[in-house]
Design a protein around this ligand. Sequence first.
Ligand SMILES: [Zn+2]
Length: 305
Amino acid sequence: MIKDLSCSIHVKKNIVNELNTNKVSGTYILYGNDKNRLFEIALAFGKSLNCEVLKNDFCGQCESCIRMEKGTHGDLELVVGENGIKIESIRNLIYRASTSAYEGKNKIFILKDIENMRIPASNALLKTLEESQKGNFFFLLTTSLNILSTIKSRSTIIKISEMKREELGVSLEEYEFFNRKAMEILEYKKQNFNIESPVDYFNIGKFMKVYFIDKNLENKINIYKSLRYFVNNLKWSSKIDILYFIDEIVMNLSEKNFLNEILEYVASLNSPNLNLENILKAKNRLRIPINIKALLIKIFIKKNI
Ligand SMILES: [Zn+2]
């Protein structure tokens, strides 16, 4: 149910209010820095709009809710693109948006990483939103509001603000270790993982490899730790060691999107060993095809030359 979502009371109220307006179609921009949570909330909207038991909320147990959760619901369409959604994906979406719902209720379209979408795809999406028919609900997930203003003006923007440390009940160290990501923090609390014990940061490639397979938070914690120790020791590291570390990341980066998370995490460390502006610039460049190794060298080495 909505009351059980891992987000602040303010956001929950916002969701409930939106659902209670009983719109017949809609476009929402869910905006915040915790991508997993944006998705969780979009899915909660989707479940609530299709739940067989509850109105304007979701039970989590009916056939529709279960299939939404598993991603197998006939009227749930997930649109993703590693470096921004492609125009071909939008064309598929246009087709799906023009057909009627398989299961008779609402069609839910969740589009991830809207901030990386290029202009032609954005324009095609805008057209789809303008011509959208009854029963279509679009959820555009983004970490930045730097998107086409005409899309913004057509959407209800909901800011998914961070959950406060007090709401999560963790120490400042824990809160910052996870870069304030509520879902990871809640999972960490449940599993009682160790965030203190050191790891050999040269193993970052191995940690990434395993994480991409099992998506286990424990491996993500090892990646965080590796980045943290590496950055903290950057001043004393030789260029050869730094290049080795960079190579490990580049060679094991089977999910390109993950680089964005790495840069975000490195920026959150706020280390005097790094130039924050360089990292933010690098993050912006991820929208276009780039040489990742050169990008990381710029962040980790250039500053020390
Ligand atoms: Zn349900």
